[in-house]
Every structure is written in structure tokens, then in C-alpha cells.
Design a protein around this ligand. Structure first.
Ligand SMILES: Cc1cc2nc3c(=O)[nH]c(=O)nc-3n(C[C@H](O)[C@H](O)[C@H](O)COP(=O)(O)OP(=O)(O)OC[C@H]3O[C@@H](n4cnc5c(N)ncnc54)[C@H](O)[C@@H]3O)c2cc1C
Length: 438
């Protein structure tokens, strides 16, 4: 039995972890009974664990095939974006959608239908998946948007609950260098940064704003916006520092991240950013995955861990972002830099998170007495605005709200029932949110 937790380190569970060898091993596990799929455990809550049950560690399914001339490659579901990039970059290819860490498997990327800083331009991970293989209690299916589209789209964003993804055929993005040319702009308030993001949708492939949720008054929502695209061949090498190789050696004592220390960090970070800088070459690591430079950084949040709360609201509900940031700044809660991004239209995934509009992600240490109530209030705001909370980050949502946030849940359950009528695929998240078995 092994103790497992999500990246937020809340709600740990003990489970029997089994590493199947190849697709035959996966089929054998599916025949045995309740099962939860797990990749690299970078979902924040309880999506990749099953208390008292069996968890399939799929990281052994890590073969990566040759990349063809059009950039298509077949990758084992347990291979990480990190491993794929190590192979693809020297050949001039990049992963078309990457989350804020490279330590994510192909299976995890499909199950959460992950997004990057380019959703407004390139959509989420599924848009770049040509096909995938899914092992279910009712057999193995090769799926694509054309072949059994219902099961394909139920699997994309389906949080591992339609079966075990064993391989993915992905279309990569051609790049000419290993650098990104980045424009940086500092804004003293939220309105300024949001207006600039809307105005820049067409011009920038990548766009992300880091919002200071500790600043109040006229500086509420002050932010640093970074936008850019891959540098052409022959561009100057990155000047910005490459991601380092630090490690947080132990779990920090409770209270290390308090309102004072976080406010001081946010202040220093805001002042460090240039007010306006154009086409500064950054390394891919420092632009896409700055947090990967510090291994186990989640330990900084102390023994109780932290919650990442990420929501999306439709384009028309930008005011909800402002209300959320204002509430947080006024509350006594500690919140590290929040991440604000733009989403383009969502894909047909029944439970896929993105929809056209605004997404805000907040990191909040667990422990403050008013945290649960504050997040419940944010859920209501998001729901009222027609938005939703991201299941890959969730650790505390109420089941009734999920059904309202994901209106195609019943349709998804019907597709899932076709390949898993006995409810073999499950997880602590699925049980907590009543996603399956009802
Ligand atoms: C620092 C950091 C930054 C992040 N930034 C982003 C971001 O920008 N955008 C974004 O979208 N997400 C982001 N995430 C979340 C992360 O991308 C997702 O949670 C992703 O699903 C994690 O992949 P994993 O391999 O670790 O999967 P796990 O966390 O192990 O599992 C996640 C889900 O996938 C399922 N699963 C895993 N493997 C398989 C498989 N082979 N078959 C079927 N189901 C499977 C699990 O059952 C579970 O439901 C971030 C996470 C971290 C820690």
C-alpha cells in the first residue's frame, strides 16, 4: 500500500499501486475490478488516487515513436512532455500545447484536456491529438474525432473515467529555435491588463498575466503581462536566465507562507518586471515552465498543503474576474501570484474545461478558517456567470455544483456506460463529486 496525494498535498489516500507492463498488463488490471489511472500526479486534488483501491501507475508506458515529416508521433500514454521535448526539440518540433509544467504524461494531458498559454490561438491538447488508444472493461478502442467521436470526446477531459489511455498520436508544432521572443508589460490595475490581453489576442500565440492578489486600493489586480512566440532561426540566444535545478528539501513549517511573506514576494516580483520590454529572448524552460526549475516546490506550502482554484468564465463575464480579485485582496487570505489567461472556444469534450473567455488560477495555502467559505462564494459567482471550475485542480467542490457547471455530465455518463457499465474506472475525485455510479 502506498500513500498518494495530488500536487496540492491535501487529502492523501493509501492505495495499492500497480505498474502494468504494456497494454496486456493494463487489460489484466481492468479485468480485476475498480481501478484509477495515474500519470505523474500533477493534478492538484484527488483525481489520480483511489483510497483503499488499485491505482495503475502508467509511467512505464513510455515509448516514443519516430516523428514523421508532418510532425506526427505516436507516444505511450505514460511518457512525459519532458521526455517528448527532449526528443522532439533537436529535430525542430515542439509540443503544441503545454501546461505550466513538463512533468505531465500524455495520458494526464488527454484526461484533463490540458491547456497552455496559447488556448486563444491553438485550443487545448485534444485539438492536436490525431487518435488515441483506450483500454476499457469492454475492450480496446482506437479513437479519433472521426472514429467513434462520442467516446473520443468523452475521454478527452474525462478525467480517466472512460478507460485507460495507452497511447496517443499527436501532431507537433514546427519551431526554428529553442527560444521564445517575449514582450513584457507591467500594469498598475486589472482593467489595463485585461484590455491589453483582449487587444493582443490576434497578435500573440502565447499570452499570460501574473496578477498580484495582495495589492489593494487603486492597485488592485496590478499585473505583469508576458506575451510572445517562438523565435525564428538565427535569433539572439536567450538572455533571461535558464530554469535552474533547485529542490525544496523538506516540507516547510506551517505558516512560512503568510500574508506578510507573500505580500513581500509579490511586491518584489512586481518591481523586478520591466514596465515595457520588447522581443526579449527567453529559454523555453523559463518561459513555459519556470516552476520546474525548483523541484518539489509544493512542499513550501507546509504540511497541510494548498489548493489551486482555477475557474473559467465566458467572455461577457470579465467582471467576475475583477470581483474575484477584489474579494481576495480584501479577504485575509494568502494568495500567491494568480495566473490570468484567455481562452478561445472550447472543444466538443463533454467535460473539457475551457470555454471562450477568461480563466484565473489561484494558489491558496490550506489552513485559514475562512478559506472554505470564500471558495464556496467564488463557486457561486462563477456559476452565476455561466462558468466552471477545473476538475484537474479541484479538491473541494460540491457535487451539485459540478452538475451545474458541466451541463453535459448526463450525456457523458451515457457514453461512458457503454464501455464501463459496471463502473470499473473510478477515483477519489469521481466518488467525491458523484461523477460515476449514479
Ligand atoms: C506546476 C503545475 C502547472 C500546471 N499548469 C497547468 C496548465 O497550465 N494547464 C493545465 O491544463 N493544467 C495544468 N496543470 C495540471 C496538469 O497539467 C494536469 O493535472 C494533468 O492532468 C497532470 O498530468 P499527470 O500525468 O500528472 O496526471 P495525474 O495527475 O497523475 O492524473 C490526472 C488525471 O489523468 C488521469 N490519467 C492519467 N493517466 C491516464 C491514462 N493513461 N489514461 C487515462 N487517464 C489517465 C488520472 O486518472 C487523473 O484523472 C499544472 C500542474 C502543475 C503541477
Amino acid at each position: 500500500m502506498t500513500r498518494l496525494a495530488g500536487w496540492g498535498r491535501t487529502a492523501a489516500a493509501t492505495a495499492s499501486v500497480v505498474a502494468p507492463s504494456g497494454e496486456a498488463g493494463v487489460a489484466a488490471l481492468l479485468a480485476r475490478g475498480p481501478l484509477c489511472a495515474r500519470g505523474l500526479g500533477r493534478s492538484y486534488g484527488d483525481a489520480a488516487q483511489l483510497a483503499g483501491g488499485t491505482v495503475a501507475d502508467l509511467t512505464g508506458l513510455d515509448e516514443i515513436g519516430p516523428i514523421d515529416d508532418a510532425g506526427a508521433v505516436t507516444v505511450g500514454a505514460g511518457a512525459s512532455i519532458d521526455a517528448l521535448l527532449a526528443l522532439a526539440l533537436p529535430q525542430g518540433w515542439f509540443v503544441p500545447v503545454t501546461p505550466g509544467t513538463r512533468q505531465v504524461t500524455m495520458g494526464g494531458a488527454v484526461a484533463a484536456d490540458v491547456h497552455g498559454k496559447n488556448h486563444h490561438r491553438d485550443g487545448s491538447f485534444a485539438r492536436h491529438v490525431e487518435s488515441l488508444r483506450l483500454a476499457t472493461p469492454r475492450g480496446v478502442f482506437d479513437l479519433s474525432p472521426e472514429v467513434d467521436p462520442d467516446l473520443f470526446w468523452a475521454t478527452v477531459g474525462g478525467m480517466g473515467l472512460t478507460g485507460v489511455v495507452t497511447r496517443v498520436r499527436l501532431r507537433l508544432l514546427r519551431v526554428e529555435s529553442d527560444a521564445v521572443l517575449v514582450d513584457t508589460d507591467r500594469f498598475d490595475d486589472l482593467d489595463g491588463v485585461m484590455a491589453a490581453m483582449v487587444e493582443g489576442d490576434e497578435r500573440y500565440r502565447y499570452s499570460v498575466a501574473w496578477v498580484d492578489c495582495t495589492a489593494g486600493g487603486a492597485r488592485t489586480g496590478r499585473a505583469v503581462l508576458t506575451r510572445g512566440d517562438h523565435a525564428p532561426a538565427g535569433a539572439a540566444p536567450p538572455r533571461a536566465p535558464r530554469a535552474g535545478r533547485l529542490r525544496v528539501p523538506f516540507v516547510a513549517p506551517p505558516g512560512l507562507l503568510n500574508r506578510l511573506s507573500v505580500r513581500a514576494f509579490n511586491e518584489a516580483w512586481f518591481r523586478r518586471a520591466p514596465r515595457h520590454a520588447v522581443e526579449v529572448p527567453h529559454s523555453l524552460g523559463s518561459f513555459f515552465h519556470p516552476l520546474d526549475g525548483v523541484a518539489d516546490w509544493n512542499r513550501l506550502y507546509g504540511p497541510r498543503g494548498f489548493v489551486q482554484y482555477q475557474f473559467v468564465v465566458p467572455e461577457r463575464a470579465g467582471e467576475t474576474v475583477r470581483t474575484a480579485v477584489e474579494r481576495l485582496a480584501r479577504s485575509g487570505l494568502v494568495s500567491f501570484l494568480a495566473v490570468l489567461k484567455r481562452f478561445g472556444p472550447g472543444d466538443p469534450g463533454h467535460l473539457s474545461f475551457p470555454m471562450a473567455g477568461w480563466t484565473l488560477a489561484l494558489d491558496l495555502p490550506v489552513g485559514a478558517a475562512d478559506l472554505p467559505g470564500e471558495l464556496d462564494a467564488l463557486d457561486d459567482l462563477v456559476l452565476e456567470a455561466g462558468g466552471r471550475v477545473y476538475l484537474a485542480k479541484d479538491a473541494r467542490l460540491a457535487p451539485a455544483k459540478v452538475a451545474a457547471m458541466y451541463p453535459r455530465l448526463a450525456e457523458w455518463r451515457a457514453v461512458r456506460a457503454r464501455v464501463d457499465p459496471e463502473g470499473v474506472m473510478t477515483s477519489d475525485l469521481a466518488r467525491r463529486l458523484h461523477l460515476v455510479g449514479r
